[in-house]
Design a protein around this ligand. Structure first.
Ligand SMILES: CC(C)(COP(=O)(O)OP(=O)(O)OC[C@H]1O[C@@H](n2cnc3c(N)ncnc32)[C@H](O)[C@@H]1OP(=O)(O)O)[C@@H](O)C(=O)NCCC(=O)NCCS
Length: 175
């Protein structure tokens, strides 16, 4: 039984916008942002959105296919926008859009988008229910509807290799 607030929350309450700059440490040999760095920023931005919705500890369960549509160059500004699309029982889907901004002109281009699923956990690592999400705008309603089909597909794909998944205990745990 949940002892936290499970009243429905508007989607916009979870909105996160994060701004980064591509430094030399973020780049590959071509001087463009390393894909793993963009993935890490994407995961962080989405995780904050999920936490804002759930107000619980969340872990990343999955990130759907991620396509890098355009490179991001050293010195460019990276803008990540994330919002929860739909909450299920203990999990929620978060959408993230990544844009690059030319710092001298302000011109922006769409570089990648991703859907991530987060699961809410209590301090003992047990899954906990999260509040339902209320989509309000037309875009939020469309994303909410589409999220159900994406969930169906990702769980089907996850179940295909379910038999090789194990859940080990932490080597640092005293339990
Ligand atoms: C994510 C995790 C908690 C799910 O636990 P589980 O026992 O495998 O989960 P279940 O099959 O009972 O599903 C629990 C919920 O997670 C969702 N879920 C589980 N695996 C998922 C996946 N790969 N993709 C999307 N959703 C997933 C289920 O749909 C379900 O959602 P619901 O409660 O809203 O209906 C567990 O797999 C885990 O701890 N993974 C490691 C997380 C991690 O270390 N992340 C990286 C660092 S944050």
């Amino acid at each position: 039984m949940a002892d936290h607030d499970l009243s429905p929350k508007p989607a916009c309450e979870s909105y996160v916008e994060m701004t980064e700059i591509v430094l030399p440490t973020h780049t590959n040999a071509l001087g463009t942002a390393f894909g793993g760095q963009v993935m890490a920023w994407t995961d962080i931005c989405a995780g904050i959105a999920a936490t804002r919705h759930a107000r619980q500890i969340v872990v990343t369960a999955s990130m759907d296919d991620l396509h890098f549509r355009a490179p991001i160059y050293q010195g460019e500004v990276v803008i990540l926008k994330a919002q929860v699309n739909r909450a299920f029982h203990t999990s929620m889907e978060v959408g993230v859009r990544v844009e690059a901004e030319n710092p001298l002109t302000g011109e922006r281009r769409h570089c990648s988008s991703a859907y991530l699923t987060f699961v809410a956990l209590d301090a003992d690592g047990n899954r906990v229910p999260i509040p339902p999400l209320v989509p309000e705008t037309e875009d939020e309603k469309r994303r909410y509807e589409e999220a159900a089909e994406r969930r169906r597909i990702r769980l089907e794909r996850r179940n295909q290799d379910r038999n090789v998944v194990t859940r080990p205990h932490s080597p640092l745990s005293r339990k």
